[in-house]
Design a protein around this ligand. Structure first.
Ligand code: NAD
Length: 262
């Protein structure tokens, strides 16, 4: 049984992970951490606290979906205590990303901007078509719920990075939305369109447009269980990895495929 401590447990992802864990016999939600502890926690349920340092124990796997500061604090605490970490908060600035990577020199950390296994497949499909469709225009459209703090999503930026790198373009080629008389589209340009509204969980479309034809590659997350499933797969992987290091969802899936546990 793998004991989990979830940081950001009162949030949307924290609750989805708790639900997925309750249906998985090989993991147990041992403790919940959130800076806003909800009132009326269930008796006999996991312990709740505001301070990861106060609740974490040796042998725990820490899962973090909170905020950029929460991600850095959890990574530092895990490095100090020798605890493996699964980290999913998006929109860390370069200094914060560097702080998490620094912690990965001391403990194993899986970090991904999107824990959906379907999104991983979308990225692989995009990589496969970018070569043959070298001259085609690329536009990325993403939709998320009205409460999402960052735009474009980390996943949309990762999809754009793949397209940019395949074409040898820099970050300045991203064009966020269009309005006014901007003239015709540049060849070296990737249009980024972030829709916000309602309760969309996560929806990413990459449009590749040629002359008289186009392709759309689209992934839709119908509920947060899509991410939670990948998170628990990552938690199982990281609990069995002894070596400190920075691991991706690709590493998780590669290892899980050999044991048919994806
Ligand atoms: P949310 O606002 O619903 O929940 C975040 C929770 O974290 C809140 O309850 C908040 O009180 C708590 N929190 C914030 N900072 C904290 C800290 N320093 N210490 C303790 N608790 C803290 O947000 P959400 O929708 O659950 O998303 C959380 C993060 O995960 C966002 O960055 C989001 O973009 C990201 N996300 C990632 C994936 C993925 O697959 N990687 C999927 C969905 C969301």
């Amino acid at each position: 049984m793998i004991p989990l401590v979830v940081v950001g447990a009162a949030g949307r992802m924290g609750r989805a992970i708790a639900e997925a864990a309750s249906g998985s016999p090989d993991v147990t939600l041992r403790a919940c951490v959130d800076r806003a502890v909800p009132t009326g926690s269930e008796p006999g349920g996991p312990a709740w606290g505001t301070d990861l340092g106060a609740v974490a124990r040796p042998g725990d796997v820490v899962i973090e979906f909170s905020s950029a500061e929460g991600a850095v604090a959890a990574a530092r605490l895990c490095a100090e205590r020798g605890l493996p970490l699964v980290s999913g908060t998006t929109a860390l600035d370069p200094g914060q990303e560097a702080a998490v990577r620094e912690a990965a020199a001391r403990v194993p950390i899986v970090r991904a901007a999107n824990f959906s296994l379907g999104v991983l497949a979308l990225k692989q499909a995009l990589d496969a078509v970018l070569g043959p469709l070298a001259g085609w225009d690329v536009e990325i459209i993403e939709r998320h719920h009205r409460g999402k703090a960052d735009a474009p999503s980390g996943t949309a930026l990762d999809l754009a990075r793949r397209a940019r790198e395949a074409r040898g373009w820099g970050e300045e080629t991203l064009r966020h939305g269009r309005h006014g008389k901007g003239g015709p589209r540049n060849d070296a340009e990737i249009g980024m369109h972030a829709l916000r509204g309602g309760t969309w969980i996560g929806d990413h479309t990459v449009v590749l447009a040629g002359r008289g034809e186009w392709i759309e590659l689209r992934h839709v997350a119908q509920d947060r269980g899509a991410f939670a499933h990948g998170v628990l797969t990552a938690a199982r992987f990281i609990s069995s990895v002894a070596a400190p290091g920075f691991y991706t969802l690709n590493d998780v899936v590669r290892a899980a495929a050999t044991t048919s546990t994806v």
